[in-house]
Design a protein around this ligand. Structure first.
Ligand code: BGC
Length: 370
């Protein structure tokens, strides 16, 4: 493992139950100087950053500032990040790519709203000599690099946690599955990972693909599931992320479900962590954003300067339209009330004071969070 990969792995290992990085063997040291047409020399580079939405807290709270900081660090403060958020609109995101091309950015980091719809824009960037790093979601088209988590594993971790919460009662009622948006390739992986663990072990009473990942859509779907199945029959909810878990828990409470069934999540959002503390949400998946953002910034800066990225990647990934994309995938950690301290607090994502506001003080004390 080379230095940069080791750094990413160490950052992750800080989490309590870090899994080992899958494929470390293939990377080799490389010199600089390979040519990407139009590549900028020197540190005064322009990095275009396109994120997909702003309802999920991670993007503007973590991804954006972490990438900006890392680009600044890697360029001695000379590199500039130009940012746009598509607010869930794939057409908007396509125009944002075109604007970035007009603005002559030296590299693009794109987290696609719709991995297929972005392919043409990726090609236009590429034709303009602008390398593209797919961020978190595997955009289609001729991308140069990709960084994300092991997304199938995220689904498995969620499914396993739900089974653990249900214990011997796993088949004594129905579960509801609330998957993410069909335009997001990650949502498909979360869903298949979860199914691989849950199928045959639970009864899935209702299952939804949630339009645009929106919490309010999850809320409406959950209310529908409760009326269709009967509020006493729902013994657990698979929610693909924390934002939707919030909408789901609101629907459960509104229907008077008490006690709440176990609900899963993902993203270790502050509100999600607080619901875990309060016993309203069973788990989340902690995906350490710092190593993901670091990998994206390192690859983007190297590509913008026309340097190779072989020494940054830890594996190669195939997309439906590109084979062997140089990639960095980061392991994930299941987050429950048992390991809040050893994960998000230890890694400095949240201070105990941020989690343990007055409303959660008593629950925090019980958990020894101080
Ligand atoms: C990301 C999740 C996020 C979801 C909704 C997925 O692609 O990996 O972290 O919760 O999109 O934005």
């Amino acid at each position: 493992m080379n230095t940069r990969m080791r750094r990413a792995a160490v950052a992750v290992a800080a989490g309590a139950m870090a899994v080992s990085l899958a494929a470390c063997g293939s990377a080799k040291e490389s010199g600089s100087g390979s040519k990407e047409s139009g590549a900028a020399k020197g540190d005064a580079i322009k990095v275009g950053l396109l994120l997909p939405e702003n309802q999920t807290a991670r993007y503007e709270k973590f991804d954006k500032p972490l990438i900006e900081k890392k680009v600044a660090d890697l360029t001695g403060g000379k590199g500039e990040v130009i940012y746009a958020n598509a607010k869930q609109d794939a057409t908007t995101q396509n125009s944002q790519v075109d604007t970035m091309i007009t603005n002559k950015v030296n590299v693009l980091i794109v987290d696609a709203v719709d991995s297929k719809a972005i392919a043409g824009a990726v090609k236009r960037a590429k034709d303009a000599g602008i390398p593209v790093v797919a961020y978190d979601r595997l955009a289609e088209g001729p991308i140069d690099a990709y960084t994300s988590f092991d997304n199938e594993e995220v689904g498995k971790v969620q499914g396993k946690a739900l089974l653990e919460a249900l214990g011997e009662k796993a088949k004594d009622g129905q579960i509801v599955m609330m998957n993410g948006s069909v335009t997001d390739p990650n949502a498909k992986l979360f869903k298949s990972g979860a199914h691989s663990v849950l199928d045959g072990k639970v009864n899935v009473g209702k299952e939804y693909d949630t339009v645009e990942w929106k919490p309010e859509n999850a809320n409406t779907n959950m209310a529908g599931a409760l009326s269709a199945l009967g509020k006493d029959k729902v013994i657990g909810v698979y929610s693909a992320n924390d934002g939707m878990a919030g909408g789901i828990i609101t629907a459960l409470k509104a229907a008077g479900v008490n006690p709440l069934p176990p609900v899963t999540g993902q993203d270790a959002e502050l509100a999600g962590v607080q619901r875990i503390v309060a016993g309203e949400q069973f788990m989340s998946v902690y995906k350490p954003y710092a190593p993901e953002a670091t990998a994206a910034a390192e690859m983007a800066v190297a590509l913008a300067k026309g340097e190779k990225i072989d020494d940054i990647i830890n594996q190669k990934v195939d997309s439906p339209t590109a084979k062997g994309v140089p990639s960095v995938l980061i392991p994930v950690v299941s987050l429950t009330k048992a390991n809040i301290k050893d994960t998000v607090v230890k890694d400095g994502v949240y201070k105990v004071e941020e989690i343990c506001t007055d409303k959660y003080a008593a629950a925090c004390a019980t958990l020894g969070l101080k």
